[in-house]
Design a protein around this ligand. Structure first.
Ligand code: XMP
Ligand code: MG
Length: 186
C-alpha cells in the first residue's frame, strides 16, 4: 500500500506496524506482571491528551482485568519549549489508594512531568506505582525518573502523531513523525 504523507511531514520515525508490534510486546509483559489482580485492583491512568492512542491500544491488548482513568496536565503551552512547570487540570475519578497504579504517558523528555506524577500519586497510598511510557528522549533528561515499561528511545527531535501534537495538530496520525521546519515558522 502506498500511503501519501501530509505535506507537513518531513519523515516517519516509527510507522504504524512498528508501533503496534511494540505496544503488543509491552501489553504482554504488563499482563504477565499484573496477573492475578482483580479489576478493582489494577488501574491504568492515562495522561491526556498525548497518551490517548497509546492507552487505547495498550489497554485493549491487556489480558488481565483493569480499570481505566485519565488525568490532564498542562506543561508545554502550544509550543516546543519546556517550562518545567506542570499543572493538573483534571484529576482521576477513581481513588488511587490501595490500587496498583500504572501511569500511561506518551513521552518522557526532561522528566519533570513524570517526577510530578510520581510525587502526586506516590502520596496517595497506591498499592504500587509504575509507569508505561511510549517514547523517551534520553538526551533531554533534567531529572532522573524510573520508567518501568518503555516503548522506544528516540533522538531529541519534536515528534507528532499517535497522540502527540504540535499546537494541537497532527495528533491522529497513526504513525510518529517529524515535521518540516517550515511548519514551525508559520
Ligand atoms: P517532560 O519534559 O516533562 O515532558 O518529560 C513530557 C511532556 O512533554 C511533551 N513533549 C512532547 N510532545 N512531541 C509532543 O507532542 C514531542 O516531541 C514532545 N516532547 C515532549 C509531552 O506532552 C510530554 O507529556
Ligand atoms: Mg503529555
Amino acid at each position: 500500500m502506498n500511503i501519501s504523507l501530509p505535506n507537513s511531514v518531513e519523515r516517519v520515525l516509527l510507522d504504524e506496524a512498528t508501533i503496534q508490534q511494540r505496544v503488543q510486546q509491552m501489553a504482554d509483559i504488563i499482563s504477565t506482571d499484573y496477573a492475578g489482580l482483580r479489576n478493582e485492583e489494577f488501574l491504568l491512568v492515562g495522561v491526556l491528551k498525548g497518551s490517548f492512542m497509546f492507552m487505547a491500544d495498550l489497554a485493549r491488548r491487556l489480558t488481565v482485568p483493569h480499570r481505566v482513568d485519565f488525568i490532564a496536565l498542562s506543561s508545554y503551552e502550544d509550543s516546543a519549549e519546556a517550562t518545567g512547570a506542570v499543572r493538573m487540570i483534571m484529576d482521576t475519578r477513581v481513588d488511587v489508594a490501595r490500587r496498583h497504579v500504572l501511569i500511561v504517558e506518551d513521552i518522557v523528555d526532561t522528566g519533570y512531568t513524570l517526577q510530578y506524577l510520581y510525587r502526586i500519586f506516590g502520596a496517595r497510598q497506591p498499592a504500587s506505582l509504575r509507569t508505561a511510557v511510549l517514547l523517551s528522549k534520553p538526551d533531554q533528561r533534567k531529572v532522573e525518573v524510573p520508567v518501568d515499561y518503555l516503548g522506544f528511545q528516540i533522538p531529541d527531535v519534536w515528534v507528532v502523531g499517535y497522540g502527540l501534537d504540535f499546537a494541537d495538530r497532527f495528533r491522529t496520525l497513526p504513525y510518529i513523525a517529524m515535521l518540516k521546519p517550515s511548519v514551525y515558522s508559520k
